[in-house]
Design a protein around this ligand. Structure first.
Ligand SMILES: [Zn+2]
Length: 466
């Protein structure tokens, strides 16, 4: 067991009992934080000098498809329909287990580099048992904390797994690869989206499996209208008895008021992804309406084949988008203050995210007893020099970026130090580069990434019958 002392930083704990402290130490023993205080006397610890640094809990991303990183920015000018046809129904089939490993390993390191220490990885391309093993191995090797959500989806004709085979594989993975709740990797499940259900019975079996395996459920919900009608997918889930406090509902843009009440009463959590939602025609993030119903919105990157992998950008976009909507009643007149403060946005990306993932006892704040998932931001730079010490959340949310992430610890282990990843970054890049080239070549043989709307509909229909 190793002890690490982070000395003399400006601590932003996100724990209301500790608050912020302008010059404080954090002692980590093994995987956990054991003390937060001033001038801690410790003889046998590695000392990390945090003078001039903001010391904060690692970001918690509640919705990301890490496997898609080997198709970087391919979808950046696409709508949701283009994405469904081009990636989900088509290019996904061009991944083998090796490509899954490369993307998961690089993607987890990219998250760590950006100060994201926990990610809910919605892995909806498990085309074989080896795809699953390699996806999990990539996360494990990178050293990130993750809820790895086993997805039941796949492009039509790409997988030999039947529903029974998928269920059996999930049980096997749970037994062999996910030892317990305090492990760095925990298991989640991502049942198929309602428009892709082949039968209600089959879908319910996927949700019930989550109950059996004590796994968090991640589910794309209410993100598109069907023929002008609100989809009411959360309502349907509640009627089927499958909406509960283990559920993380993703997107939710076209949710009706009745459903919001049911969601709030169920104890389910909500994950928003501002960049993909605003681009792809999924509507505005539900930040405001979720708050109005007593829910704490949480945020994720979503499609890493689309946008950046850092939560600084997503949280800033979410905050400013919500402020913009809430400012509209002023109709251009002068007024006092803003409706949501940066403190709240920082909570969305840390402690609220941890709560959504059922990990609030483990991560999300710098609290003795919790896992030592810690990020240090260097403020002695041309970007952050002179930062406002009366409002650290303002600097973190409105002005900081990946370039400011100096040091990252996950479970007490230093995974980024002095601005550089500890892992062999060149190796990760070489793996990803080769995987991206193989995928691009295979996709090229199929006619390219873009798939027409007509063909997309055909593919989705064949997925339903397959
Ligand atoms: Zn998603």
């Amino acid at each position: 067991m190793t002890r690490v002392l982070i000395r003399g930083g400006f601590v932003v704990s996100m724990d209301p009992r500790i608050g912020t402290a302008s010059c404080a130490d954090i002692l980590c023993d093994g995987t956990r934080i054991v003390a937060v205080g001033s001038a801690l006397e410790v003889a046998d610890a590695e000392v990390i000098d945090a003078a001039g640094m903001i010391v904060m809990p690692g970001f918690v991303d509640t919705h990301r498809h890490v496997w898609q990183g080997a198709m970087r920015a391919v979808t950046a000018d696409w709508s949701l329909l283009n994405y469904l046809g081009g990636i989900r129904m088509s290019a996904a089939a061009c991944y083998g287990p090796d490509e899954m490993y490369a993307a998961q390993y690089q993607g987890a390191l990219e998250a760590i580099d950006a100060g994201v220490t926990t990610v809910a990885d919605y892995c909806h391309n498990v085309l074989s048992a080896d795809h699953a093993y390699e996806a999990i191995r990539g996360l494990a090797d990178a050293g990130i904390r993750a809820v790895w959500a086993y997805g039941f989806n796949g492009p039509p004709g790409a997988s030999g797994l039947t529903q029974a085979g998928r269920v059996a594989l999930a049980r096997q993975l749970a037994a062999r690869h996910f030892p317990g709740r305090d492990a760095r990797l925990t298991l989640g499940l991502a049942p198929e989206e309602m428009p892709l259900w082949r039968s209600t019975q089959e879908a319910l079996e996927q949700f019930r499996l989550a109950c059996e395996l004590d796994a968090r459920v991640f589910w794309h919900c209410n993100c598109a209208n069907s023929a002008g009608e609100r989809p009411r997918e959360a309502l349907r889930l509640q009627q089927l008895g499958a909406l509960d406090e283990r559920t993380v509902l993703v997107h939710m843009n076209y949710t009706v008021p009745e459903e919001w009440q049911l969601v709030a009463a169920s104890g389910a959590a909500v994950a928003c992804t501002p960049e993909t939602e605003m681009q792809m025609g999924m509507g505005l993030p539900v930040t405001i309406v979720a708050r109005e119903h007593g829910l704490r919105p949480t945020f994720g990157i979503d499609i890493v084949s689309n946008n950046s992998a850092d939560l600084f950008t997503a949280l800033r976009l979410a905050l400013q988008g919500a402020r913009s909507q809430m400012n509209q009643p002023h109709d251009g007149e002068f007024y006092d203050g803003v409706p949501i403060r940066c403190d709240e946005a920082l909570a969305w990306g840390t402690i609220d995210g941890a709560r959504a993932l059922g990990l609030e006892r483990e991560v999300g704040s710098l609290t003795p007893g919790k896992q030592a998932d810690i990020v240090l931001l260097e403020t002695n730079s041309i970007r952050l020099v002179g930062w406002d010490r009366t409002n650290p959340a303002a600097t973190i949310i409105q002005q900081a970026s990946v370039a400011d992430v100096d040091t990252v610890l996950v479970a007490g282990r230093v995974v980024k130090r002095a601005g550089r990843l500890v892992a062999d970054e060149r190796h990760a890049c070489a793996l990803l580069r080769a995987a991206a080239e193989r995928i691009a070549a295979r996709v090229g043989e199929r006619g390219g990434f873009y798939v027409s709307p007509e063909e997309t509909v055909q593919l989705m229909q064949s997925s339903l019958s397959g």
